[in-house]
Design a protein around this ligand. Structure first.
Ligand code: PLP
Length: 462
């Protein structure tokens, strides 16, 4: 493994050499750190996984152009990787617009998808060429009319998000019955409304939410066209799962979305369709590795009274690790995440498991990562691995109580790198060529090979 900094990709990442996966790098870093006392928590981010997600997106939703939701994970490495693929960006603030534009993204590839914006930030978008922006109220229309002459407005409608993990339609989205008067008001103000957007809620578990929202958007298109707007943009938002252990698979959702699009927005209507996926692109690319810094053994007094029949199971363990809910695990509070560790050392088949709780390093009682799980007896200095930690984690982590955010080590296989360069210069490969990039090789003969969804073998995976 060596560290590369090609000039057109100015951040550090390591190439994965032939036959190595990101999991091997986790192992390598753990071994390196274990030789020292400095066992800080760290991330491994596999940028090849982000690329694979993009190919997967294009395959499953060929009509839908993704505009990555920057708030989900605004790391430069991720944004640059996605920008190189010609993806667009959903920005919600001046700083996000600034960041994306500083990486050379054209303003036509940005949607300012925050329906409630500060006036000075609308002005910033106006002077920096960002035209597409969402709204869901009359007051927002008046603000835009005052300070953005060329805005291309997208009406955000509310959806039934009752089946989502994080609901959004309480805060955002106009109800269907308010849409006509909003469109009329936009007309009076001389504004240009070009389309409709929605968000079914983050962590959507019911694809029917998409069907209903697409049907509703179709109604609003009809209203807009009646009033003389050239309605040509449908934005189906985010809400797509980020890993394959979520309750519903990405392809199960897209299998419902595609026919709905075909029904309400057939190809010949020439409506451009975009989406704002966040979690989908980044969740599975990040693995967080934390170290046990303290431990308590709580003996269960009640059951201890009757001789020691199975003494071993009558204790509870508390593990304290060096990242918590004020850091990466803020996703537990803000994103309703349930995080469970995998063990670094595989337990022996007969290893005794104990009920455990896992706590973060700060002095706050709220700082608890896992309330109850079963783990073998571990020691201070041992490691715990949390997978799928890329979405809504580092983006909102604080340094409360003096605990620093973990370092992030970026890796990418040479194949992924070459593939990325190729897409960058020649566009996406034809579907036939591309599909072979996804096959998990049975050829590499390494232990666990078929069990690892992100396993990347040099021979034929991205
Ligand atoms: C947060 C957000 C997204 C991304 O949602 P995911 O569920 O992570 O895909 C997309 N669009 C808007 C407007 C958002 O607020």
């Amino acid at each position: 493994m060596n560290t590369a900094t090609p000039t057109e990709f100015p951040f550090e990442f390591a190439f994965l050499e032939e036959g190595f996966s990101a999991k091997d790098i986790v192992e390598q870093k753990i071994n390196e750190s274990s030789m020292t006392d400095d066992r800080d928590a760290f991330y491994i981010c596999d940028l090849g996984d982000v690329l694979k997600k993009h190919l997967r997106w294009m395959r499953a939703l060929p009509r839908v152009t993704p505009f990555y939701a920057v708030k989900c994970n605004d790391s430069q490495a991720v944004v640059r990787t996605l920008a190189s693929q010609g993806i667009g960006f959903d920005c919600a603030s001046k700083a996000e617009i600034q960041m994306v534009q500083s990486l050379g993204v054209d303003p036509s590839r940005i949607i300012y998808a925050n329906p409630c914006k500060q006036v000075s930030q609308i002005k910033y978008a106006a002077t920096h060429g960002v035209q597409m922006m969402t709204f869901d109220s009359e007051v927002e229309l008046m603000k835009v009319a005052r300070c953005h002459d060329n805005a291309k407005l997208v009406l955000r409608i509310a959806t039934d998000d009752s089946k989502a993990v994080c609901r959004l339609s309480v805060k955002f989205g106009a109800p269907l019955k308010a849409c006509r008067s909003l469109l009329e008001r936009a007309k009076e103000l001389g504004l240009d409304v070009v389309g409709v957007s929605f968000h079914v809620g983050s962590g959507c578990t019911d694809p029917r939410s998409f069907t209903q929202a697409i049907a509703d958007a179709h109604c609003v298109f009809a209203m807009g066209n009646e009033l003389g707007f050239g309605m040509n943009l449908l934005d189906i938002g985010g809400g797509f799962p980020g890993s394959d252990d979520s309750p519903i698979k990405f392809e199960e959702i897209t299998a419902v979305i595609n026919p709905a699009l075909e029904k309400y927005f057939p190809v010949d209507t020439a409506v451009k369709i975009i989406a704002e996926p966040g979690r989908f692109y980044v969740a599975s690319a990040y693995t967080l590795v934390v170290n046990i810094i303290a431990k308590k053994v709580i003996m269960d007094e009640e059951s201890g009274s009757d001789e020691e029949d199975e003494g071993a199971s009558e204790k509870t363990l508390m593990y304290y690790v060096n990242d918590g809910v004020y850091g990466s695990f803020n996703c537990i509070l803000f994103d309703h995440a349930h995080c469970l560790p995998t063990l670094h050392k595989k337990p022996k088949p007969d290893e005794v498991m104990y009920p455990c709780s896992i706590w973060g390093p700060t002095c706050d009682g709220l700082d608890r990562i896992v309330e109850q799980c079963n783990l073998p007896e571990l020691q201070v200095g041992d490691w715990l691995v949390f997978e799928n930690m890329g979405a809504y984690t580092v983006a909102a982590a604080s340094t409360f109580n003096g605990f620093q955010r973990p370092d992030i080590h970026y890796v990418m296989s040479r194949n992924a790198w070459q593939h990325m360069q190729q897409i960058h210069s020649q566009g996406l490969p034809a579907p036939m060529e591309e599909s072979s990039l996804f096959e998990v090789p049975a050829c590499c003969g390494r232990e666990n090979c078929l069990k690892m969804p992100t396993h990347s073998c040099q021979t034929n995976v991205v």
